[in-house]
Write a protein that binds this ligand. Structure first.
Ligand code: ZN
Ligand code: ZN
Length: 337
């Protein structure tokens, strides 16, 4: 089969390799669509510190089960999405039903070879059935699941006013699931076009440009109460720190994006609000299943932020263009020929 290997940073190569075979507890999936995300772009650029080369990239994968390992209950021919986080099942986090932050976590396309290939073998516990969904929608499930997990962490209800920091793919995922939970949602970003997109596409209750007087605008949008939940998806330490000062009393902060920085806050500001601070990492099978159900019944839009599409046969050329900032990629999807 054909496999695209990132041989070293900045260099992809097409190789013919043996088609893998599923052992007991595994499934062989024929890849149908590959979502391209920041992780792939950073890995290709050589700025993922723990990355080893050569590596087959690609972890946002959907396809069709072709062969099953012995004794499986799944069906050949079923459409599936692959959950890219493989957990050990034994560490304290796994025993506590938090495999998303397993201390031995392996991510497909990061720690082991991913899905820029015609086929992949994965554990059968790592697939979610998605019959009836379009493959283009399916390539976005990971972004949406990360947003869904953050919303679940904060236990958002219809009583909440949620501020989303950062209107990239993850922020838009969180936005939609906060709305599914019944909350009022305000979005903040530094880019006016992204805010306009959120107003047009998602009917948000307000948008705030983070370059302006955010505190005053939030005060006005919330009748002086400020957001009861702030979810950071900005990847910006300043934005993360602003959450401690723009949160309503009794509120919760969820940090989704990871930054290489120390985050600090003023303790009296933290204490007077009785702030709850939560980290959110990856997503669980429950989140992936929630995403699939919401796309299926139309509560969330799967593909609205796909800006670029391409074919597997042209992946090397397309990918080399997409990594350039001037390409304007928000989300790219590769379909199999
Ligand atoms: Zn991703
Ligand atoms: Zn574990």
């Amino acid at each position: 089969m054909k496999s695209i290997v990132c041989v070293e940073p900045g260099f992809l190569e097409s190789k013919q390799v043996d088609k893998p075979f599923p052992k007991q507890g595994e499934v062989l999936v024929k890849i149908k669509a590959i979502g391209i995300c920041g992780t792939d772009i950073h890995a290709f650029g050589g700025n993922q510190p723990y990355f080893q080369y050569p590596r087959v990239l690609g972890h946002e994968l959907s396809g069709v089960i072709e062969t099953l390992g012995e004794g499986s209950n799944l069906k050949a021919g079923a459409s599936v999405y692959i959950i890219p986080y493989l957990s050990c099942g034994q560490c304290a986090a796994c025993r506590n039903e938090k495999p998303n932050c397993c201390s031995n976590i392996e991510v497909i396309g990061v720690h082991r070879d991913g899905g820029m290939a015609e086929y992949i073998v994965v554990p059968e516990s790592a697939v979610v059935p998605t019959d009836g969904l379009d493959f283009k929608d399916m390539a976005l499930i990971e972004c949406l699941a990360i947003g869904a997990h953050a919303v679940r962490r904060a236990a958002i209800t219809s009583n909440d006013t949620v501020l989303i920091l950062g209107a990239g793919p993850i922020g838009i995922g969180a936005l939609q699931f906060a709305q599914v939970a019944g909350a009022r949602v305000i979005v903040s970003d530094v880019k006016e076009d992204k805010l306009a997109f959120c107003r047009e596409e998602y009917d948000v209750s307000g948008t705030v440009n983070a370059l302006g007087d955010m505190k005053a605008e939030l005060e006005q949008l919330t009748d002086g109460e400020f957001p009861s939940v702030i979810i950071d998806c900005s990847g910006n330490p300043k934005a993360m720190e602003s959450a401690f000062y723009n949160l309503g009393h009794g509120g919760r902060i969820v940090f989704v994006s990871v930054v290489k920085a120390s985050i600090s806050f003023d303790d009296p500001e933290f204490h007077k609000r009785e702030t709850t601070l939560l980290g959110s990492r990856n997503a669980t099978k429950q989140d992936f299943e929630h995403v699939v159900a919401c796309i299926r019944d139309g509560r969330v839009k799967g593909r609205s932020f796909v800006t670029h599409t391409g074919k597997f046969s042209n992946l090397i050329e397309d990918f080399t263009q997409w990594v350039k900032p001037e390409s304007g990629v928000i989300k790219a999807v590769v379909e199999m020929d």
